[in-house]
Design a protein around this ligand. Sequence first.
Ligand SMILES: [Zn+2]
Length: 568
Amino acid sequence: MRWSKALIPTHKEDPSDAETTSHKLMIRAGLMRKLTSGIYNYLPLGWRAIRKVEEIVREEMDRAGAQELHMPVVSPAELWKETGRWGILGGELWRVRDRHGRDFALGPTHEEVVTDIVRNEVRSYRELPLNLYQIQTKFRDEVRPRFGVVRAREFMMKDAYSFHRDDESLDETYRAMCDAYTRIFDRCSLTYRPVEAATGSIGGSHSHEFMVLSDTGESEVIVCDCGYAATDERAEGTVPAVGTDEEPADMETVDTPDMRTIEEVSEFLGVEPWRLVKTIIYEVDGRPVAVLVRGDREINEAKLSTALGADVVEAASPEVIAKVTGAPVGFAGPVGLEGVEIIADHTVEPLRNIVVGGNKADVHMRNVNPGRDFTASSFHDIVLINKGDGCPKCGRALSSFRGIEVSQAFKLGTKYSDSMKATFLDEDGVAKPFIMGCYGLGVTRTVAAVIEQHNDENGIAWPRAVAPFTVQVLAVNVRSDEVREVAERIYEELLERGVEVLYDDRNASPGTKFKDADLVGMPLRITVGERGLKKGIVEAKVRATGEQTEIPLDGAADAIERAIETLP
Ligand SMILES: [Zn+2]
């Protein structure tokens, strides 16, 4: 492609709304442009990288025995109502209504649709196992889209769904899909780690995520030297106990004017943050529940949802909080709280002389003692595990890293086939529900993850397998006839050999062209300039390593082809 004819709008400055390296570089290198919040246009360079990842994914899925099909973006509400997810998915499910007033969803995932296909078309155990996948645009109406394509409202995914007669068959496909993911991410030159994950609104018994290591990743992964690894949503562990041996003192009310946060109140009262117990009002399947947790810890909503056996757990609105506690946000507490269930993290039970909100504006209570001054209906493990907590397997201190979740595999069991009455006739003539697995992989996320791991201060340094073009030919000064002729000839010869070449033939300053070459980051740059031509050479530079070599003009295309073979 000739740069002079291409749409590659590069920028010198970082976009103001970008927080992560990949988001900044995808804008600056002209890979994509925001159309509206969380929704992007993929420009030619970005689209080429996406297509490269797609092709790798397709090859590995086919090799693992999955079959590609294509399901619609739009699906009728009736299907989502069969599984209850029309309600459970809440605001994240993007809903549309047609001219006849019928409701539809823009698919965030396709369990319902694919299960509908299979229940209509597959009758016998002889047709199993079956593994179907598609590469498609997905929608999720995020509350706060951020990190570019990593948390977007429209994104591209590969989603596969497998159907089985028994658990052994599911286990086999689950392993084959995890192996395929390993090959895909290896081919994309990613450093990643498979970790145990929460099943969330997809459900099922068992799940793994593949996490690409990145300091600006949106997920935290808890790990131990013994091999334990889980997302922070899923991680278990032991929280160090504090302050259990004090004598209970007399409860008293204290004025805390306009102090709502743990930091403000703990500083004002001169007490450690753990002693302040937070009371957070949740709506659990529509009813308010007060949830207590130590001030130095955060609630894990996935654990909370599991502990309460709930489908939907959402932080209550300020209106609901005011109604339940009689106080503005920031002053909720368990003492005298009526008409609402109180539950607590198990680390709250042994605490003595704690500080809680007074259910009145600008008031807290101190020397409150669980059991004496209020009663929780139950205690559960509901906190997020942090680094430094004890490993659930070996007890040593856990550590953590940040990552981008690029794929997830679930053992769904019969969750969808039961609710949608999807059955097959087994060998014994009995109708049985399909046992299912599902396997998602974020295609646009994977491109962002590649950029997160392959860049420097000058821009992207694409690994060869995912690069929009393999080679960039850079003519330093196109007003020189000799430079232009040599550059054109090398460009044409490489094209004839099937090499993907971006040819910078623009009439622009060398400074601009070199800066842009580093920014868009093709793996091999061939520089054609007057100084080199005097010596009878062109320069080759490997973007990732900075390694430079001189290539004689005679047989240059052959030499460049050989250099491509050794690229990272
Ligand atoms: Zn361990």
